[in-house]
Design a protein around this ligand. Sequence first.
Ligand SMILES: [Zn+2]
Length: 439
Amino acid sequence: MTIDPAALDTSAVAELCAALIRIDTSNFGDDPRTKPERPAADFVVDYLRGYGYDPIIIESKPGRANVILRVPGSNPDLPALVVHGHLDVVPAIREDWTVDPFAGIIKDGYVWGRGAVDMKNMDAMMLTVLGDMSVRGWQPERELIVAFFADEEAGGVWGAQWLVDHHPELFEGATEAISEVGGYSVTVGEQTVYMLQSGEKGMNWLTLSASGRAGHGSQVNNDNAITKLASAISRIGAKEWPLHLTDTVTALLTQVSELTGLPFTEDPDDLAALVAALGPAAPFVGATLRTQANPTQLSGGYKANVIPGVASAVVDMRPIPGTEAEAHQTIVDLAGEGIEVSSLVTTTGYEVPFDAPIVGRMADALLADDPTGIIAPYLLSGGTDNKSLMSLGITGYGFVPLALPADYNFSAMFHGNDERVPVSALEFGTRVLARFLAS
Ligand SMILES: [Zn+2]
């Protein structure tokens, strides 16, 4: 008798997700408020050991823990697949939520808490599927390199990027990877569309430093660092970046146009209507039509009557893949004389083939559960750890399958208040993930 991988017991996946949420792994970057991933890594390792696996923990620095596990495939001729999640989450402010963001509450059919969609949901789905492989004795077709990374929310410096730089051998033999953010459903008209992520924009976090002449606030000063910085930041914030439709975005909008009958032209109104037709996914897709650069931090000065000698700001820029250098130069030009521009964290964007066999397997796994669905590619406006793996020649896709209610605002959940995920979506995703890994 053959085992149907999708017939696994999914009844514990919601509680597993909630248990991971209860381990606060808030990532404030290099700030001492950061809560290291180690306790969550220990939880994952204990879980996996309970099913007879032998995972390893690798710390990039004390407490910043990554978990790695290799699982043999039934077909040793196939290259390995990396299946990864991250253990850290962005911080949450209790007052902004209707529930405690770290209580891991399950109510009204949802798991609530920081990490419910980003991405302790996938961590829990991965663990559930691995547990089932052990209990019912089935194997993935490809060898798996299962990774639970630290520090994704601060660019992976102590997580995926660190492992790629210091332990590339961990990923030897892998050609492809799956992780966040894709495989979720949106409703376009009456049609359920599963959005498979097949590319990411670049990322460039820039510091702008203005220096001028310090002095008394009552005196004439034509070289005020704050004034210079404010002008530069306002030029950058107001910049209208040109439309730049990549192959992935063009393919997606063509599909939306066919489904809705809306025209696909370069007219801004037509484009806005196509993007809006994607409902909750619109904020993800709307940010992929062009490069974006948002000023996000400002600092300077320490007293009302003192003109400071320096002032600084941070800009979060997300360039269209392939235009990273050009976009950086545009910021330097907009900043102008007397402002030093430097990069804090940069990553290069990418697009990967949508006609690859692995995409066909993702589609088959999804459509076996929802035969009326269709799939579409999209470019992610944010970044994931897939970018770090790209430097090892590993092609990354976003595949965290979730069948979502039409009125559920998925994109608002990411780093948002009252982050939550439907229990039914977790169970669906676990079945699809099992079916995908077996195929
Ligand atoms: Zn994430």
